[in-house]
Ligand binder design. Structure first.
Ligand SMILES: [Zn+2]
Length: 841
């Protein structure tokens, strides 16, 4: 039974996140809680590095129990993580994880902020992180967040004192917060933002510590607690029928791309805050000590508070609309106060409460899901007052001020419908995440429009203003235009309304490897954003490559349809790489972007525009052997990549491995983390070693040192460690320059280690039997040399190779040196095979 209740609760929340665009009419208890929040004038800013770092328990507790305005500042958008629910990685994963944070905040009630920092992947310490991020820019963004949000309390998720013990992004988030805490109140710091944001002095800074930051629970319990306060955040909320920890679990379960779906917890649960700086606490129970969180906090606020506290104390759950006259009175008084920060903030809150109390339903929905520039779209509007309050619709207006409706009294529960033509001028921007509009660096996004910095997403530009008079006081409610539609199997659905280019194009393969000097055909897919699209397409390419034909006509009758054009790419004779990009010419305009649509049930529909380009690589590569067996692990693109350079690759399941089947192969390649994830592989080890003894090659890629399914990884002793080299440009030293792995059939040079991405490798073995020969040595700055990245041992007639080098990252990026080295690994010991050099197909 409990299970049924919980799933009902979760589905309620799922519904509300699914329907993020839908106009909502909250229940009386939600309205009451909004009034409680309206009457609490205090705020908390929680700071960490990534989506899913945030402690939703504490955020939810601050927002729903304390009633403080609470925001999570995530320094990055989590672009560097792995996506467990779909193919999107890098920037596109950042878009999904941004939306997952917003979905989590819709549940716990918090707000969401970001900086311009890019999650470039794992980083060992803060020093490296702050070199790759533009430290000054990220610091200025944290200062801006504090100056704009004006928190009384700042809470760091991570410890700023212990760089090197966790992800460098984590420590950096705490270091930046620690520094920004003082800078926010320093007029000489970032003076360019003073005009809009002013300065701000938060009351105090805490670190949200727990036993995870200590060697053990005992060490945490025994540590000096003078600076530490704790409180139970397991509060039960009768108005919600949920406890705080249940809400927090539902919120953090929005991080589905990271596999954070989890079941909830109930009961008492402590959180710990370690005081870092600001005003010292005297009484250890109230983090807001010394902050007046009542309406008396603002000049002329007392009279407003008198009205609003009375509403809170005598709230009518049966008919919240009875409070509208008093709420309007407070609204009018609020317009006269001097403090613009509180005026703006509380005006928005009180307007939303008035709207909720009146059961006002205001919707503007476009007839189509999207439009292009210079087009007119039809918009349907619905206006409905569900109270006995005297509400008059004065007018409905568009962004350009054009008035749609005449003055009209809104009678209780009588729905009024309107329609208008909305012209989208060519000055509007396309709908796309603002931080992806310009090409950034490895560590930073470039944001041209400074006003957008910090915002979670691009504000919508197509809006409708509903201008009403309530008790003769004018008040305007502004709504984003949405797209409402229905599906037989899903019911009514809401999407954001999108402005898209009239044409977009993509090349289906993102990296195209030419192992021979033979031409190849590629497909360019052109998509129409409007009906009757006519124009032509050409493909830009590096000088030493050719593309045929030079241009092709495109003609698409209907919006949303695609046309596939085939172009032939002719590579040069020698090693070379570059980018190709399609350009669609429509009349006198050029379109160079690819339109990507992201559709998941737990987040709103997203469109993203990215430069349309593919990497082309002409490899100078020789290889021996033909047939490769691949055993999949946690997933990598090694099979496709080896096929691109001319190998026949067959993916084998463990149960298909036997002496007879293995005979057909020259080498076996084991996918990343196979010995962490493929349970029955341990029983096949001896068969694989026998295959090597009989003359085959076996290449095992990285596994994590913890959670191995067998200790029998290799035919000789081999011990994995957590050694990794995260600096992708770290110097690579050849320990055995004459070893065949570095010479046959491809001569490997320093050039082959140029252009690597994200890292050199991970989980290198730290000790090995004397039969192994280490080939390479490398290390991150200020670390000892790591020699275990590539180990080779002769076993019987064949070779066993263990490598933690990140081929799985380099192959999809078309890094030529990675292909050449891997070809040598597959070719070792096969000198006497029929020479297959200068690869022929
Ligand atoms: Zn993290």
């Amino acid at each position: 039974m409990q299970k049924v209740i919980l799933s009902f609760v979760i589905s309620l929340f799922t519904f509300s996140t699914l329907q993020a665009q839908k106009p909502t009419a909250p229940s009386s208890s939600e309205i009451f809680e909004s009034i409680q929040k309206l009457n609490f004038l205090g705020s908390v800013l929680y700071i960490a590095a990534h989506p899913d770092d945030e402690n939703t328990r504490l955020i939810s507790y601050m927002e729903n129990h304390v009633k403080a305005r609470t925001a999570y500042l995530s320094i990055t958008r989590g672009d560097g993580g792995q996506n467990l629910i779909g193919p999107e990685i890098r920037e596109l994963l950042g878009v999904i994880r941004t939306q997952e944070l917003l979905a989590a905040r819709r549940i716990d009630g918090g707000e969401q902020l970001f900086t311009r920092a890019n999650d470039f992947g794992y980083s060992k310490d803060a020093e490296e992180t702050l070199e790759i991020w533009n430290k000054d820019q990220v610091l200025s963004d944290v200062v801006l967040a504090i100056r704009k949000f004006k928190p009384d309390i700042v809470i760091n998720r991570f410890d700023h004192k212990t760089s090197g013990t966790t992800h460098g992004h984590h420590t950096s988030s705490a270091l930046l917060s620690f520094e920004a805490f003082d800078l926010a109140n320093d007029r000489s710091a970032y003076p360019e933002m003073l005009k809009d944001a002013g300065v701000w002095k938060p009351k105090r800074l805490f670190f949200n510590t727990n036993s995870w930051f200590y060697s053990s629970q005992e060490a945490f319990d025994e540590a000096n607690k003078d600076n530490r306060i704790s409180f139970d955040v397991g509060t039960y909320y009768p108005l919600k029928g949920l406890s705080n920890n249940e809400m927090a679990s539902i919120a953090s379960s929005q991080h589905l791309s990271q596999g954070f779906g989890r079941s909830s917890q109930r009961g008492a649960q402590n959180e710990y805050l370690e005081f870092l700086k600001g005003d010292v606490l005297i009484d250890n129970t109230n983090i807001f000590e010394g902050v007046d969180t009542s309406w008396n906090r603002i000049k002329d606020g007392k009279a407003i508070g008198d009205i609003l506290y009375a509403i809170e104390n005598n709230f009518s759950f049966k008919d919240p609309s009875t409070h509208i006259p008093k709420l309007m009175e407070a609204y009018k008084m609020l317009q006269t106060i001097e403090d613009t920060h509180w005026k703006t903030l509380k005006t928005n809150e009180i307007k939303s409460i008035i709207e909720m109390c009146a059961g006002l339903y205001l919707e503007a929905s476009a007839e189509n899901a999207s439009t292009t520039l210079n087009q007119t779209v039809k918009i349907n509007m619905e206006v409905l007052n569900r109270s006995n309050q005297h509400i008059v619709l004065e007018s409905i207006s568009q962004g350009d001020g054009k008035s749609i409706a005449e003055s009209l009294e809104l009678k209780n529960n009588i729905s009024e419908k309107f329609q208008t033509d909305y012209f989208i001028s060519n000055k509007e921007d396309y709908t796309s995440p603002y931080w992806l509009n310009k090409k950034g660096t490895l560590g930073m996004y470039e944001v041209e429009n400074k006003a957008l910095i910090g915002l979670p997403e691009t504000p919508r530009s197509v809006k409708i203003n509903f201008n009403v008079k309530i008790n003769n006081t004018p008040i305007t409610f502004t709504k984003d235009v949405v797209y409402r539609y229905s599906k037989p199997d899903k019911g009514e659905l809401y999407n954001p309304f999108e402005i898209i280019p009239e044409a977009s194009a993509k090349i289906t393969e993102k990296v195209i490897i030419f192992a021979y000097d033979k031409q190849r055909d590629i497909a360019v897919v052109v998509k129409a954003g409007r009906d009757n699209l006519e124009g032509f397409v050409e493909v830009c390419h590096p000088k030493d490559w050719s593309v045929f034909p030079e241009k092709q006509n495109v003609s698409i009758a209907h919006k949303g349809e695609e046309q596939v054009l085939t172009f032939t790419i002719i590579p040069p004779k020698n090693q070379s790489e570059g980018l190709i990009s399609p350009i669609v010419h429509i009349n006198d305009k050029n379109y160079t972007k690819e339109l990507i649509e992201i559709t998941y049930e737990h987040i709103p529909f997203q469109t993203v525009l990215l430069p349309s380009e593919s990497k082309i690589v002409r490899l100078d590569i020789k290889k021996k052997g033909e047939n490769i067996a691949y055993i999949a692990g946690a997933g990598d693109v090694v099979p496709e990549s080896l096929q691109q350079i001319g190998y026949n690759v067959l993916t084998m399941k463990p149960e298909d491995i036997n002496a007879e089947t293995l005979k057909r192969f020259d080498a076996v390649v084991v996918g990343i983390r196979a010995y962490n994830t493929v349970e029955n592989l341990e029983f096949k080890q001896q068969l694989l070693f026998d295959f090597v003894a009989n003359g085959g090659n076996m290449i095992v890629q990285y596994n994590t040192s913890r959670g191995l399914i067998t200790n029998n990884l290799a035919p000789y002793d081999l011990k994995l460690s957590s050694d990794r080299v995260t600096e992708e440009n770290a110097e690579v030293r050849f320990l055995n320059p004459n070893h065949p792995l570095l010479n046959y059939p491809n001569k490997i040079t320093q050039k082959d280690f140029e252009g690597w991405t994200q890292e050199r490798g991970l989980y290198f073995p730290s000790s090995w039997a004397k039969e192994f020969t280490p080939i390479l040595s490398m290390n991150d700055k200020n670390e000892t040399p790591k020699d275990g990245s590539l180990l080779v041992a002769k076993y019987g007639k064949g070779y066993y190779i263990y490598t933690g080098l990140s081929f799985f990252r380099e192959f999809p990026e078309g890094v030529s040196g990675a292909y050449r080295l891997f070809a040598n690994m597959l070719s070792i010991g096969k000198e006497d095979l029929k020479l297959n050099s200068k690869v022929s197909d």
